[in-house]
Design a protein around this ligand. Structure first.
Ligand code: GZL
Length: 302
């Protein structure tokens, strides 16, 4: 299955034989982060860069991802890449991929599986550190805050690790938790309920900007001032999230950089060539407070 640069026994380059055939299962289009990530992946895994990319969006449904992965096996692609919507439930299909001999590059989210050595390499952010960084800002700047935690897709690596990192620092300040599934609409719904259930709330820690933007809508609809009556600490750093920070409706944003298509393309090329690659590549994150300027936001890539 593996073929990459250099000559292959399937003949000349005019049959596209030199293109690296990649099957990519993206989990969905649920957030600004995911949109930016998809744009970066597609731009880097382009034909002119030497790739024949089959890209499938799973609308945040694990069964759609499993079907796409099985299709990639049937197509006998050179490399399979995917961002698993949740950590578990992949054992059967990962074993099928392993039996097919097609190497797997894990992207962004993480897996929890019994399959031996299920992927060659993983590239993504340190989700636990993102939670820790958010918690450290709260401990420093809002030690008396009564916090509602607005969680991402339950069981996703991003949700599990951000909850763990944040909780280790300020877990005793958390008064309630609920999931908004990383989407703006579900984040708004969750916060509408939380405002009723926890009237003493003074802060929301949201696992991504999109849910935080939904929280702003719910807070304002309740006649409260986001960023003041209820502070908001968020993760991602997409443009709309950083704009909320400039507008003083968010108080702190930890970046989770989605623009790593070029690094991914390099890893896939090396994997296709059978070269050794690092077991993991951590994408570097920054953090932003309300000192951010409009010019900073306007200059952002995504
Ligand atoms: C993080 C990524 C998360 C983002 C959300 O790397 O998996 O998924 O934080 C997105 O915006 O839905």
């Amino acid at each position: 299955a593996a073929c990459g640069g250099g000559s292959t026994d399937t003949g000349s380059s005019d049959d596209g034989g030199d293109l690296i055939r990649v099957g990519f299962s993206q989990l969905g289009a649920e957030s600004g982060w995911r949109t930016a990530n998809t744009e970066s992946v597609k731009a880097s895994l382009s034909e002119e860069n030497g790739f024949d990319l089959t890209f499938v969006d799973a609308q945040q449904k694990q069964e759609n991802q499993i079907k796409a992965l099985r299709d990639f096996i049937a197509q006998d692609v050179d490399v399979i890449a995917f961002s698993p919507v949740i950590e578990t439930g992949w054992d059967e299909v990962l074993q099928e991929i392993k039996d097919s001999g097609i190497p797997v590059v894990l992207v962004d989210r993480t897996v929890d599986t019994t399959v031996e050595d299920p992927f060659v390499t993983w590239i993504g952010a340190d989700f636990k550190q993102e939670g820790t960084t958010a918690g450290e800002w709260v401990a420093e700047n809002a030690p008396d805050a009564k916090i509602f935690e607005l969680q991402g897709t339950l069981g996703s690596g991003a949700q599990v690790d951000r909850e763990e990192g944040f909780g280790e620092v300020v877990g005793d300040q958390i008064i309630g938790k609920a999931s908004g599934n990383f989407t703006r609409a579900e984040g708004k719904t969750a916060v509408e309920a939380a405002l009723q259930a926890y009237p003493e709330m003074t802060m929301i820690f949201t696992h991504n900007d999109d849910m935080g933007l939904g929280a702003i809508e719910a807070i304002e609809a309740a006649g409260k001032v986001p960023g003041e009556d209820i502070q908001i600490v968020s993760i991602d750093g997409v443009r709309d999230g950083l704009q909320a920070l400039v507008d003083k409706k968010f108080n702190y944003v930890v970046e989770c950089n989605p623009v790593f298509g070029d690094q991914l393309a390099e890893l896939i090329t090396q994997v296709a060539d059978g070269a050794d690659v690092p077991k993991e590549t951590i994408v570097i994150d920054a953090a932003f407070d309300q000192t951010i300027t409009q010019a900073d936001v306007d200059a952002r890539l995504y």
